[in-house]
Design a protein around this ligand. Structure first.
Ligand code: HEM
Length: 486
């Protein structure tokens, strides 16, 4: 179930107050604050003791729960003093947008996240900064546009058709999470390499992606990373090697192929960048983007589809309405790209799933490279910001009855209107590069599933708990009852 944010309405409006009665004096940065800022005034926050490392420990044990508790006690802008850092949690939608969009040029990614991600991905667009990031992002933009994503529709529907054909007629306890994890892997392999994968290799790669994500999640809260050669880093080394080999083998095969014979997939598009501009796109950059596509694009899609299946199974009326729309729009034919916009209610079920279970609930963090003004607060250069997307998604002020699954809130006349309150893909210049790809994949997978199957909750099953490893997944592998549509 989503985190319990009921009751957070109590601690409110600290952001709009003119005084800062709970502001904490800062022993680390006094004198370092810009002139107009209330000197030594920080937003309220939990007591930090001598170092504040106890707060880090609390975050490492359960980040979402800690953030909910602090918001309840201190409001929408919370100061966490964890020596030598000042961290500001921004859970007010307007200020979150002001931060990520309005102050875009004053922010960089949190360098600890960059270090951890760089180790897994290499120097991809996810970890690059400044001009290097701008160059990569601009070059990659056309390859990740909505149009480019739609060009994959025929290949994706073929993969899904094959995958669903192998699902059983009926199963009272079908391992749907595993099935969607494998499907998401086939989809990303298909889009990246126009290729399939042996079942064993697919399983090993899925496990490698998850192991690397879990490792990354643990490392975020440590001030250092153990070097790879340490004996206890073996699992990490093996997971990394699995992913590296997968990409290297396909890269070498593709390089040996004449240009004219190369399929039009992500790898060929990245190699075109390499051919056109080898200085900025060496092969190491191509490898890094492939890794990012896998690591950012597999786990997020797999977990969202898993939660969507749970929402559909546990809300038969919504499932019925979504299927009726799919059948009316598509019959039993595979969806074409041009038909996707007509699947409005189905898209709303996916949007509502991402509201309740955002794949990256607390991933968005930024470092101020110069002073930043947010509302009436002024923060010095060096301040670290965290935008807890899930907290905003579960807030009754922006989403009435926040724990209810109500896809219709995303209708044009629905009730989710506060800019910045809904951002499963982030916002501002570093908004998810793969969002069109993800939306296309997920809409197709959902539509094609509803054409073929009914989902329901197995007898006696209790709602799954979410656990966080960068993305969030059910604590126990999700199984649902499955029945093939007549
Ligand atoms: C349900 C699916 C997905 C979700 C919820 C999601 C979410 C996010 C979020 C929240 C960010 C922004 C992080 C920040 O602002 O710091 C992000 C960035 C990114 N995502 Fe996704 N993502 C998804 C799928 C994908 C896919 C399929 C790909 C590529 C194949 C992808 C590639 C990226 C990349 C490259 C970035 C970094 C962009 C940059 O820094 O310029 N994502 N994603």
């Amino acid at each position: 179930m989503p985190m319990d944010t009921a009751g957070i309405g109590k601690a409110r409006n600290l952001v709009t107050m003119n005084t800062t009665p709970n502001s904490s004096p800062c022993p680390f940065h006094s004198g370092n604050v810009p002139p107009q800022a209330p000197l030594d005034a920080w937003p309220p926050g939990p007591p930090s003791g001598l170092t504040g490392w106890g707060l880090l420990w609390r975050m490492a044990r359960g980040m979402p729960e800690a953030l909910v508790a602090w918001q309840r006690e201190f409001g929408d802008v919370v100061h966490l003093r964890t020596w030598p850092e000042h961290q500001i949690v921004v859970a007010d939608p307007t200020l979150a947008r002001e931060l990520l969009v309005g102050n875009r040029d004053k922010l960089t990614r949190w360098e600890r996240a960059r270090t951890v991600f760089r180790r897994m991905h290499g120097d991809s667009v996810l970890v690059a900064e400044g001009e290097a990031w701008q160059r990569k992002r601009m070059a990659l933009h056309p390859e990740f546009s909505r149009q480019a994503a739609h060009s994959f529709v025929p290949a994706l529907t073929e993969i899904m058709d094959r995958a669903y054909a192998a699902w059983p007629q009926t199963d009272a306890n079908w391992p749907i999470e595993q099935a969607f994890t494998s499907l998401a892997m086939e989809l990303i392999v298909g889009m990246a390499f126009s290729d399939g994968m042996e079942r064993d290799e697919a399983r090993r790669t899925e496990q490698a992606c998850r192991a690397l994500m879990a490792q990354a999640d643990a490392e975020f809260y440590h001030p250092w990373s153990w070097p790879d050669w340490m004996p206890w880093q073996r699992a990490r080394r093996q997971a990394q090697a699995q992913l590296d080999q997968l990409i290297e083998r396909r890269l070498l095969q593709r390089l040996a192929m004449p240009l004219a014979n190369r399929p039009d997939d992500l790898l060929s598009r990245l190699l075109r960048l390499h051919n056109d501009d080898q200085a900025n796109w060496p092969l190491s950059a191509v490898r890094a983007e492939c890794k990012t596509a896998f690591l950012a694009g597999h786990e997020t899609v797999a977990s969202t589809l898993t939660w969507w299946a749970w929402c559909m199974a546990s809300h038969p009326d919504a499932q019925h309405a979504a299927r009726a729309e799919v059948v009316e729009t598509l019959g039993d034919a595979p969806p074409a790209a041009s038909e996707l916009p007509a699947l409005r209610y189905l898209s709303q079920t996916l949007q509502e799933t991402m509201r309740l279970y955002p794949a990256a609930p607390v991933l968005i963090s930024r470092r101020a490279s110069c002073p930043v003004t947010l509302g009436h607060w002024r923060f010095p250069a060096g301040t670290l910001f965290l935008v807890p997307v899930q907290l905003m998604h579960h807030d009754a002020r922006w989403f009435p009855e926040p724990r209810a699954f109500r896809p219709e809130r995303f209708r044009l006349d629905g009730d989710s209107k506060v800019a910045g309150a809904y951002q499963p893909f982030g916002s501002g210049p570093r908004v998810c590069l793969g969002q069109h790809l993800a939306q296309t994949e997920m809409t197709l997978a959902a539509a094609m599933l509803l054409q073929r199957f009914y989902l329901s909750v197995p007898d006696g099953m209790t709602p799954p708990q979410a656990v966080l490893h960068v993305t969030q997944r059910p604590a126990q592998p999700l199984r649902l009852a499955l029945r093939r549509a007549p």
